[in-house]
Design a protein around this ligand. Structure first.
Ligand SMILES: NC(=O)c1ccc[n+]([C@@H]2O[C@H](COP(=O)([O-])OP(=O)(O)OC[C@H]3O[C@@H](n4cnc5c(N)ncnc54)[C@H](O)[C@@H]3O)[C@@H](O)[C@H]2O)c1
Ligand SMILES: O=c1ccn([C@@H]2O[C@H](COP(=O)(O)OP(=O)(O)O[C@H]3O[C@H](CO)[C@@H](O)[C@H](O)[C@H]3O)[C@@H](O)[C@H]2O)c(=O)[nH]1
Length: 453
């Protein structure tokens, strides 16, 4: 018997299930993807996340964590049911709620009449979705079934998901049923962070506002990077300089080629959609997304400039995943950058420590997949760094230089020390970094309007 059901055994579902079972609960995961469930039952984790497969297997061996495709095996016995299904973007930019609706229907049909069930929306759902889930449950459940809906958005990051879930900054619980919200809070009683109790729509909005704010920080610093490049300043020091102000904070100020992943782009778009259908004009959100799109375009233009025209040139691309420590390529900058390089006539060789298999399914066949970072650099006219994997930082650059046709690096993540790399004889271009150490002196006197007064 399990006291918790997790509906949707993807990223969030598996991390939630594994952590809640580690905290002493009996957990069962349900997913409509039978292949995924078969893998999990065979001890294979369908996603790449440091530490997750070990935790899942440990909890499965202890009999605390099981997986099934059958709702009827899981829901009736569970006091808590977490909805963790995907909410991808729909063609109009809003969230596609089909998976949530289907899950709610199945949960409703299987609700126990013996005890109250608390249905927890952990997926990221637009404000108002809690009411929708409640309405579906009412439609589908037997009249005697008692239930409550609680919004409990998740703030974990891929690549550090277990750490984030075990050490949250806060827990947000939104419900009109205070007792139900407190029961969910008791699941997290071992955490020391603040727990915020709100109404459902506020909880749902907190998740979107948090992602929008973080995305805004990234677009902001990328805009500052453009200005830094134009005037010969160094955005890395600008980030440090502003981040030391506690009101600003040091996080999410790394300039680069913009944000990707399964959350920021889709959630910012979904919030923009919610705003637009609610008679609001989301100026900042629109700008955040536009700057992000532009960061990718500008990166390709930079590579083009560095090699003096991409046609017929070979570009070695390091990194496909949307960030380090994941195999996830959803909305990854690489998926825009590589097709654009190809369309400008370049040959593209790629390497990523974890995301090759996922990318192979999506990228054009013309892309050459290499077995390591050195192979991707071989005979390349330029190396484009797209993901900030740790292993790229510690690579033997002297060996890389010997393998390349011309020693040029365009670093979309500012992973290298420009002076060090230039000292090795590379032409090195980063994001928001002066082109050579004396650049600022060269620029300032030439400014048409004096910058000092
Ligand atoms: N990935 C993250 O880092 C992250 C972090 C916080 C919040 N979120 C949000 O959490 C939600 C889930 O994201 P994810 O990345 O885990 O998605 P995912 O695509 O990795 O997993 C979703 C899972 O749900 C399953 N599913 C779909 N419909 C189902 C149904 N009717 N019944 C049972 N299973 C069903 C799918 O087969 C899949 O295994 C999204 O709303 C996302 O925005 C994601
Ligand atoms: O200073 C920074 C920080 C991040 N990024 C990029 O931003 C994207 C997102 O990074 P990150 O936030 O670390 O990854 P996610 O796993 O997408 O996590 C975000 O999205 C999740 C899903 O909603 C939320 O739960 C998390 O709190 C939120 O950080 C990646 O492409 C990063 O390369 C930058 O360019 N500069």
């Amino acid at each position: 018997m399990s006291n918790i059901t997790i509906v949707g055994c993807g990223y969030v579902g598996l991390v939630t299930g594994a952590v809640l079972s580690k905290l002493g609960n009996n957990v069962i995961g349900v997913d409509i993807d039978s292949e995924r469930i078969a893998k999990l039952n065979a001890g294979i984790c369908p996603i790449y996340e440091p530490g997750l497969v070990e935790l899942i297997n440990e909890q499965s061996r202890n009999g605390k964590l099981r997986f099934t495709t059958k709702y009827e095996e899981a829901i009736p016995d569970s006091r808590f049911v977490f909805i963790c299904v995907n909410t991808p973007p729909s063609p109009h930019g809003g969230a596609d709620m089909r998976f949530v609706r289907n899950a709610a229907r199945e949960i409703g049909r299987n609700l126990s009449v013996q005890h109250k069930t608390i249905v927890i929306n952990k997926s990221t759902m637009p404000p108002g979705s809690g009411d929708m889930v409640e309405a579906i449950l009412s439609e589908e459940a037997q009249p005697e079934a008692e239930f409550a809906v609680v919004a409990n958005p998740e703030f974990l990051r891929e690549g550090s998901a277990l750490h984030d879930m075990l050490n949250p900054d806060r827990i947000v619980l939104g419900s009109k049923d205070q007792e139900a919200a407190e029961a969910v809070a008791s699941l997290y009683s071992s955490f020391t962070c603040p727990i915020l109790l709100t109404n459902i729509r506020t909880a749902e909005m907190i998740k979107y506002a948090a992602n929008a704010f973080l995305a805004m920080k990234i677009s902001f610093i990328n805009e500052m990077a453009q200005i830094c490049e134009a005037i010969g300043a160094d955005v890395r020091q600008v980030s440090t300089g502003i981040g030391l102000d506690k009101r600003i904070g040091t996080y999410f100020l790394q300039a680069g080629i913009g944000f990707g992943g399964s959350c920021f782009p889709k959630d910012a778009q979904a919030l923009e959609y919610v705003a637009s259908i609610s008679d609001c004009y989301p100026r900042i959100l629109k700008a955040v997304l536009e700057v992000n799109r532009e960061s990718r375009r500008k990166f390709v233009t930079k590579i083009d400039k560095v090699v003096g025209g991409l046609y017929g040139k070979t570009v070695g691309v390091w990194g496909l995943a949307f960030k380090a420590n994941t195999d996830d390529i959803r909305e990854a900058p690489a998926l825009d950058i590589i097709p654009e390089l190809l369309s400008r006539g370049a040959n593209v060789k790629v390497y990523d420590p974890a995301a090759m298999e996922n990318a192979r399914r999506i990228l054009p066949e013309r892309v050459s997949f290499c077995e390591n970072a050195y192979a991707a650099a071989e005979n390349a006219h330029v190396l484009a760094i797209v993901t900030d994997w740790e292993q790229f930082r510690s690579i033997d650059l002297i060996k890389v230089k010997k393998l390349m046709t011309t020693s040029k690096i365009v670093d979309g993540r500012n992973i290298f020390d420009p002076e060090l790399v230039r000292g090795l004889g590379f032409e090195y271009v980063g994001i928001g970094i002066p082109c050579c150490p004396s650049e600022s002196e060269r620029y300032l006197p030439q400014a048409s309007v004096p910058i000092w007064h």
